[in-house]
Design a protein around this ligand. Structure first.
Ligand SMILES: Nc1nc2c(ncn2[C@@H]2O[C@H](COP(=O)(O)OP(=O)(O)OP(=O)(O)O)[C@@H](O)[C@H]2O)c(=O)[nH]1
Ligand SMILES: [Mg+2]
Length: 260
């Protein structure tokens, strides 16, 4: 399928007038949350604004993993405010990790495109119309936000965190040559069937998961477009990046290097 598309078969959407999205395209946003009570109302408001201003059909699927801070109650309120066709709360009892949160969310998605992003306001919804434009422009299977190209960047991180992120990207570029500039980021748009295929193939959990998705995408000859994004460190809530994550990232990277 990917090769067909990559070979440039004429695509209906290319004939659409500038800025118009064909009626049948629908975008499902997967929003995993763990202790995001303060962030959730804002991110949802920004998403709704961004989609409605550009006349794009969408739904927002919130996958809350039993957050002790009451994120789920906030999500229920939002469902009431915006309507249960726009906000779909699909919670799980306990914290089961991000990888399976995406799988769970995708089961409920009715869109033909899936957008994955963090709920902590590090990823700004204003970039989504650009992702969509980019996808149409090159008929890409995946569009990945990148902090490491063009106007992309990172704000609010200390030097240590910047070095870790840059370092992880750099080592991976050298070892696996994946053909995308931001491998550890998680702000991306996928064709639904592409994401499904990739999730089936991916074995890793934790931080290395995002990177594996891109590496596998290359193997399967999926095409990847990139959009520069500015990434802002979370203001509310706690960061979960610790020494353990770094060690497991390196282990995962070496496993991928050895097995792909
Ligand atoms: N459903 C679910 N969501 C999670 C889980 N772990 C993290 N998240 C959410 O996934 C997104 C990314 O996690 P973050 O904690 O922001 O990870 P990060 O961006 O790498 O690190 P910091 O922003 O520095 O904490 C956020 O929206 C989290 O709330 C989980 O186990 N289950
Ligand atoms: Mg974050």
């Amino acid at each position: 399928m990917a090769s067909e598309e990559a070979s440039g078969s004429p695509h209906r959407s290319r004939r659409e007038p500038e800025g118009r999205v064909p009626r049948q395209d629908k975008y499902s946003v997967l929003l995993p949350t763990y202790n995001e009570r303060e962030n959730l109302p804002l991110i949802v408001w920004l998403l709704v604004k961004s989609f409605s201003e550009s006349g794009i059909s969408y739904e927002i699927i919130i996958i809350d993993d039993g957050s002790p801070d009451g994120t789920r109650d906030v999500a229920e309120q939002l469902e009431k405010i915006y309507g249960s066709d726009k906000i779909l709360l699909r919670p799980r009892e306990k914290k089961l990790g991000l990888g399976t949160a995406y799988i769970h969310g995708m089961k409920h998605a009715t869109g033909n495109y899936i957008i994955i992003m963090d709920a902590d306001l590090s990823h700004h919804p204003k970039f989504i119309p650009e992702f969509i434009r980019k996808q149409k422009e090159g008929n890409f299977d995946i569009v990945s936000g990148t902090r490491y190209k063009g106007n992309g960047g990172v704000y609010g991180w200390d030097l240590k965190r910047k070095i870790i992120s840059r370092g992880a990207n750099f080592i991976t570029q050298i070892l696996l040559r994946p053909g995308a500039s931001d491998l550890t980021g998680s702000f991306r748009l996928y064709r639904k069937e592409v994401l499904q295929k990739l999730i089936e193939k991916c074995v890793s959990k934790g931080y290395v998961f995002q990177m594996e998705m891109i590496v596998r995408a290359r193997q399967l000859n999926y095409t990847i477009g990139e959009v520069p994004i500015s990434f802002v460190d979370r203001v509310y809530g706690e960061s979960k990046l610790g020494g353990n994550e770094i060690v497991s990232f390196l282990k995962g990277l070496l496993t991928l290097f050895a097995t792909t």
